[in-house]
Design a protein around this ligand. Structure first.
Ligand code: PEP
Ligand code: MG
Length: 595
């Protein structure tokens, strides 16, 4: 059977086109755990010693790995830190020891049983943060099993640059790649929001994930084309195809260069209408990326990570140091700190909560904070303290009533008084915003505006709740439609309420960073957009190519259409007609990091 021009389809995970040869990473030989019972106390002691030594070695290996990261990849060191923490996680570390001691299992089997329990616990959780954490635990589990079996860790080093093909790549493995060694990568597993895909984007290495049977279909040495814009892999391409892809690659590079030029320029339309393009960040390390891509500030600092990446609740001082770092790095630009959006399936390991039937509708975000007021106060105090070091705004997630924002503000006022008593500096006029992510908040926007200094529309959740589409459920992903007439009308209503109350309105859901939607959003009156940092150059490029009048015309027409299909067709046509280059490359670039 000829494999010439054989096409494999996957999910585009990081943009770019690569023509090169494959290096298939041998299936990680799974170190098989075996079952064996220990009889004497000496055997139990020896086994315990073997396990503890394996943990020690794994820790040492991870530290070496971390130290060998070149400076440009240092921002990913936290993933290795996370794995070092997982090594000592109670559910793996202590449970394995307990099983050796009490059940008299050998180390491999005890570790396997502990890992199975963790897996059971995490089953069915769809949240990307948690998913990332399972991957980390799994990698730690594999690393320990390999050490116990006396196997070497996987090595990615290779003489000539290659396209790595693997069943799966962990975030830690991805951080070992450098673009001089690795042209791109293809994996069978993984999704758009997996840590590995996010790392590929920030390393700017083209990648396609979720390619079924990649390691079976592709052999080391095969020539291939990897199209990280469409998610297509072409094996053994003929000269004609190679030629056309080389041309497409060149065009893409030129396009990327042009787009990049926009990143340091102001986000002003052709008719001088000013807009603001800001970055969404999850970790302090990401500030650098925001600055590199020309962010006008941080429009959404998701603060859950510091709570999720350690076992104890972070202290006020730890939070303060994290926030201060971001605020000082962004000076004099604004940093919008979103208070803890935890609960549901983004749980805190330091707290015990009963499992919920519908986590998205459960004790989440501001509801959680208003119940756990001590946790909330600690965070508010850290945010206020950071406000003494630059321009800080705070915003509350998932507001669904006036009561909630009033209660949250009251707590904030109390914390201000505490700080005054303690003589600690803060900005007394720090703006307070409400995130609009629940349909009730849209309906009440005119009332909420009386208690908020700004609005930020969180479309990831607003669309989920307005259209009743679980944002992490693959089965209904095609129904997740940002241009649904109901969503557009909601955005219009929020903008209207904000205008009447003379407060600014921003958007920080993924919709805000998609080139296809930006003209509609501007036309609807949202002039502050916050997005994944890598999407910023393209967003600025588009804004600099249109007039506010054009954008308003597009929005007006879109609002008159009745079905989402009509709106999509209309917007596709308009954008394609006015900005064909966006459709050629930009659309897929943005889709790469859509939720
Ligand atoms: C949103 O819901 O759009 C949002 C920005 O918040 P998150 O994605 O963190 O829920
Ligand atoms: Mg949200």
């Amino acid at each position: 059977m000829t494999r010439k021009n054989l096409v494999l389809e996957g999910i585009p995970a990081s943009p770019g086109i690569v023509l090169g040869r494959a290096k298939v990473l041998a299936e990680k030989v799974e170190a098989q755990p075996y079952y064996c019972l220990l009889y004497s106390p000496e055997e139990i002691n020896d086994e315990m010693g073997r396990f503890l030594k394996a943990v020690e070695q794994a820790e040492a290996d991870l530290i070496v790995l971390k130290e060998s990261l070149s400076p440009e990849y240092q921002e990913h060191a936290h993933l290795l830190d996370l794995q070092i923490l997982v090594l000592k996680e109670r559910m793996i570390f202590q449970e394995t020891q307990r099983l050796i001691r009490e059940e008299r299992y050998n180390a491999e089997w005890a570790l396997f049983q502990a890992w199975q329990k963790v897996r059971e616990l995490f089953k069915g959780i769809g949240d990307p943060y948690i998913k990332g954490r399972i991957q980390d635990v799994e990698e730690v589990y594999r690393r320990l099993q390999s050490i116990l079996a006396g196997k070497e860790a996987l090595s990615l080093s290779s003489q000539e640059p290659v396209v790595i093909v693997a069943r799966d790549l962990s975030p830690a493995e991805a951080t070992q790649m450098t673009s001089s060694q690795v042209l791109g990568f293809i994996t069978e597993r993984g999704g758009r929001t997996s840590h590995t895909a996010i790392i590929a984007q920030s390393l700017e290495i083209p990648a396609v994930v979720g390619v079924d049977f990649a390691t079976r279909e592709i052999a080391t040495g095969d020539a291939l084309i990897l199209d990280g814009l469409t998610g297509r892999i072409i094996l053994e391409p003929d000269e004609e195809l190679s030629h056309s892809y080389r041309a497409r690659k060149e065009e893409f590079e030129v396009f990327k260069g042009e787009v990049a030029q926009s990143s340091s320029l102001p986000a002003t339309t052709m008719d001088e209408y000013p807009t603001q393009i800001l970055a969404n960040i999850e970790l302090p390390e990401e500030v650098e990326l925001g600055l590199k891509y020309g962010a006008d500030g941080v429009g959404l600092y998701r603060t859950e990570f510091l709570y999720l990446r350690q076992r104890h609740l972070p202290t006020e001082e730890e939070l303060f140091q994290d926030y201060r770092r971001v605020v000082e790095a962004m000076q004099p630009k604004v940093v919008t700190i979103r208070t803890l959006d935890i609960g549901g399936d983004k749980f805190l390991s330091a707290l015990e909560y009963a499992p919920e039937m519908n986590p998205a509708l459960g004790l989440r975000a501001i509801r959680f904070c208003l119940k756990e007021v001590n946790i909330f106060r600690t965070q508010l105090k850290a945010i206020l303290r950071a406000s003494a070091h630059g321009r800080v705004r705070v915003m509350f997630p998932l507001i669904s009533s006036v009561r909630e924002i009033k209660d949250a503000r009251q707590l904030l006022e109390g914390v201000k008084q505490d700080l005054e008593r303690e003589g600690l500096p803060f900005d007394p006029r720090m703006p307070v915003g409400a995130m609009i992510e629940v349909p009730a908040a849209v309906t009440l926007a005119h009332l909420l505006a009386q208690h908020a200094d700004f609005f930020s529309i969180g479309t990831n959740d607003l669309i989920q709740y307005a259209l009743a589409i679980d944002r992490v459920n693959k089965q209904v992903a095609d129904m997740y439609q940002p241009l649904h007439p109901a969503v557009m009308l909601m955005i219009r209503e929020v903008v209207h309420a904000a205008r009447v109350a003379r407060i600014p309105v921003a958007m920080c859901g993924e919709m805000a960073g998609d080139p296809l939607y930006i003209p509609v959003l501007l036309g609807l009156g949202v002039a502050e957009l916050s997005m994944n940092a890598v999407a910023i150059p393209m967003a600025k490029h588009i804004i600099r190519m249109i007039t506010i009048e054009e954008a308003r015309k597009i929005a007006r027409h879109a609002l008159r259409l009745v079905t989402v299909e009509e709106v999509n067709d209309y917007v596709d046509q308009e954008i394609n007609r006015r900005f064909p280059e966006i459709f050629r490359f930009g659309r897929t670039m943005a889709a790469n990091h859509a939720i």
